[in-house]
Structure formats: C-alpha cells, structure tokens
Design a protein around this ligand. Sequence first.
Ligand code: PCA
Length: 324
Amino acid sequence: MKKIASVLASTAIVSMASGAAFAEKWDMPLAYPATNFHSENAAMFAQCVTDATGGELEIVTHPNGALFAGNDIKRAIQTGQAPIGERLISAHANENPLFGVDSIPFLATSFDESHKLWDAASEEMAKVLDEQNLVYLYAVAWPPQGLYAKKEINSAADLQGVKFRAYNAATARIADLAGMAPVQIEAAELSQALATGVVESFVSSGSTGVDSKVWESLTHFYDVQAWLPRNVVFANKDAFEALSDEVRTAVTTCADEAGTAGNAKAEELTAGYLKTLEENGMTVAKPSEELRAELAAFGETMTNEWVESAGEVGASIVEDYRAQ
Ligand code: PCA
C-alpha cells in the first residue's frame, strides 16, 4: 500500500482533490553534493516554489549528480528529460563561447566584479539559452578560484607534467598553457580521482575543496582569485510555458530571491572555506609574484582568445563590463 502511494506521488502529474488544480512534480538535477551551498540554495528555491504555489508545483532537488551526471544535466533539460536543473554554465563553453564569459582568467576576480560582468552578460546569456529551449532562472557565483596542488608551486614551471583536473574549457586551456595533462572530471568524482592519483592538481574554489575533503590527498591551496564561475538554474521552455501564469510568477519570484540569497551566501562563506582547508593541515597562501605574473600572462592570452571566439557580442560584453 505504501509502495503504491509513493509510486503515485512520484508520477509527474497527480490530480488533486481541489477541482481544476493539478499538482505537478518537477525533479531538479544538481551536480554538487547536498551540503554544498548551491545545492542548499536550490533546495530553498524548490521549497519556495512548492510553498508559494500551495503544492501546485512541487520541485524536488536531486543533488550530487544522482539523477543526471553534471555534464548531462543541460542536455537533459533541453530535451525535456528533466524540467529544471542546475549546471556550471562554463562547462558548456564549447557550445557557445558566451557560456565561458565567467571563466576568463583575471577579468572579474571579486564578487563585485563578477556581478558587474554578469550584469553585462546575462541578457545575452538568457537569449542564447532561450534558443536552446531553456528559460534562464537564476545564477549563483562560486567563490574565487584558486590552485590546489600536492607540492609547493612557486612558478608555472612547477606545474609542468602535473596531472590536472579540468572542469571547463578555461581550466583545460590553463593546463595546456602550463604544460599539464588535463582530465575532465566532475566534482562528484573528484575525491576518488585524487585518492587514486588520476589527478594531483586542479583549479576551483575553497567550497569544492572542502566538499571533497581534498586535504586527504593534497597539501597546498594558492588563493589566486582567477575568476568566479557560475551555476545557472534553467527550466525546459515547454515545461515552463505549460505552467499557469500564477505558477510561472511564483517560479520567477523564487528564482530572483534564490539568486540574491545564493550570491550573498557565497560571499559570506568564502573566508571560512579557506580556514577549514588550513585547519585540516593545508598550506593556504597567496601565489608567489612569479606564479601570479605567469598566470596573469595566461589570462591575457585567454582573454584575447575569448574575445576573438565570442565575436562582436563578446567584445561588447567586455566593453560594457569595463565601462561600469
Ligand atoms: N567548484 C566547481 C566549479 C567551480 C567551483 O568552485 C567545481 O570544481 O566543479
């Protein structure tokens, strides 16, 4: 009996006793662990929608790549296999360079700058997503990206030949420029990849370092503050448009709130993550002057490459951002 009830409850559409109202359930795949602040924020967004619609639309999050692996989430939503979800948008820069606007090294390195860059880019981003059958709902920045390693890194030469985990085109390009071997690995697989020696270095935030307990394998974190990539939450356009006006308004209102709350949370938690790395025995340091200058030179190369690949649209976003 209990089993039947749960099967019924988990079907997409469950008719309600209250006449015309139909309760719909949206499964929301997430790539990152349940305790990650993006996932917690998405769970609050889901609850907000469920509450605001009186259960007419129930959103249920599925963290840690459990429903779809990170790299499959965007396509699943585009094709309607999932109605909504969250994805690290820069992982799709190979589809459109615009998706990598938040991962241009040293273009926007603080929360304030990152928000300005996003303001300059988000309208175009929503347009590109719309062309892919996706409705942009909100985006939340990760804390600034630093360099993790299992030895002291004083210059780019120390990175030569190191096995490096990449999460998008920008991180793979840094690996190329520094003579490292990049391997694309989702955060959900990171601890294991480190433990088995598949990778020994990567660029990410303190947040992901803490999520993955990287101190079990690594020793150093350099607070490079290279960029702040974003997770974007979007919905399948057909699923979104099939909602009633009221429910759609609830979704967009909760999305606006989640964007604001998530970004505030990211900023609030940033210093604590680095403290946790330190408390677990890692050396947390600023990069040496030499390493910083070498990474900045990679950044310049990559900014030029990005502007070239993103054409007029890209150039005008960077121009708008710099003019702010
Ligand atoms: N964590 C994500 C992306 C950026 C970040 O800080 C990751 O490493 O997959």
